[in-house]
Design a protein around this ligand. Structure first.
Ligand code: G1P
Length: 302
């Protein structure tokens, strides 16, 4: 038996996209924050691309009122395509928006009770399979050396160790209170230092209570049992049902590991992170890099 078939494969991904996006108002009054573009792709597209690169193609969006543009984005745009064809224009740019019929499902989170509650809303579709979670605010860009995106690296680790995995990264100590923080155990042999046991998890700890400066960076592979734990998960930090608290209760009952992503992460939930991602990605695009570099120099007066 190969390592690849020891564990149930990860085929489903949950994208919690019901958030109100208040940090980007008024831009997000009529447009979901997940539809804000980094250059010419909305944030949700980057997350979906990352899922597919990892071999995950059953997409579950936990949405809310006012979020229909996300589903429209992944549908056929008949008039647009017909007009473009008539004008002999290439439809290539639309390729990433095409989803196999039946591979996109939405459920609604009627009331914003927290990330844990949003994930629990997908329980009937998850059934008894492991599943991935993507927080689209966190933009994860893989290296150009072929190691792949964050979820691809996580799926590769999952195929070796099974259980539950979360992506982590180091942040300056004074920032830990904005995130879920792990209490790291020993590093596993054979993963180049990238796989660490998780002994504990705490959501948005006070600086003095944080067990480390390794934060959860918005990618998860979880076993379906977490849904049962979420079922009776009380409110935690910020008065919300926290996924981190439910995961913490699973430690000891199932394997739990953290993957340090080899690549870059941009926090597009913050305005400066959003601008940084836009600039960084523009500087990497052959069709834009020279012009953007010259523009940046001009603006900085250097
Ligand atoms: C959520 C999670 C937190 C994680 C963070 C990553 O927090 O609850 O554990 O570290 O995403 O962005 P939120 O940003 O929704 O407050």
């Amino acid at each position: 038996m190969t390592d690849q078939i020891k564990f149930k494969p990860v085929r489903k991904a949950v994208f919690p996209v019901a958030g109100l996006g208040t940090r980007f108002l008024p831009a997000t009054k009529a447009i979901p924050k997940e539809m804000l573009p980094i250059i010419d792709r909305p944030l949700i597209q980057y997350a979906v691309d990352e899922a597919r690169e990892a071999g995950i193609d059953q997409l579950i969006f936990v949405t809310g009122r006012g979020k229909t543009a996300i589903v429209e984005h992944f549908d056929t745009a008949y008039e647009l395509e017909d007009t473009m064809r008539g004008r002999d224009k290439s439809l290539e740019a639309l390729e990433p928006t095409r989803i196999q019929p039946g591979n996109l499902v939405t459920v609604r989170q009627q009331v914003p009770l927290g990330l844990g509650h949003a994930i629990w809303c997908a329980r009937a579709i998850i059934g008894d399979e492991p599943f991935a979670i993507f927080l689209p605010d966190e933009l994860m860009i893989g290296r150009s050396d072929g190691t792949g995106g964050c979820m691809k690296q996580m799926v590769e680790a999952y195929n070796q160790v099974g259980g539950n995995l979360i992506s982590v990264l180091e942040v300056p100590h004074e920032e830990v209170s904005s995130y879920g923080v792990i209490d790291p155990g020993k590093k596993l042999d054979g993963f180049g230092g990238a796989l660490t046991e998780v002994k504990g998890l705490v959501e948005k700890p006070r600086l003095e209570d944080a067990p480390s400066n390794l934060i959860i960076s918005g990618r998860y592979i979880l076993q379906p049992e977490v849904m049962r734990v979420l079922e009776n998960q009380g409110k935690g930090a910020g008065g919300e049902v926290q996924l981190t608290d439910a995961m913490a209760r699973m430690i000891g009952t199932q394997p739990f590991h953290a993957v340090t992503f080899a690549g870059r992460r941009y926090d597009c939930g913050s305005k400066t992170g959003f601008v940084e991602a836009t600039l960084a990605l523009a500087l990497e695009r052959p069709d834009m890099a020279d012009e953007v570099r010259a523009m940046a120099k001009r603006l900085l007066g250097v």
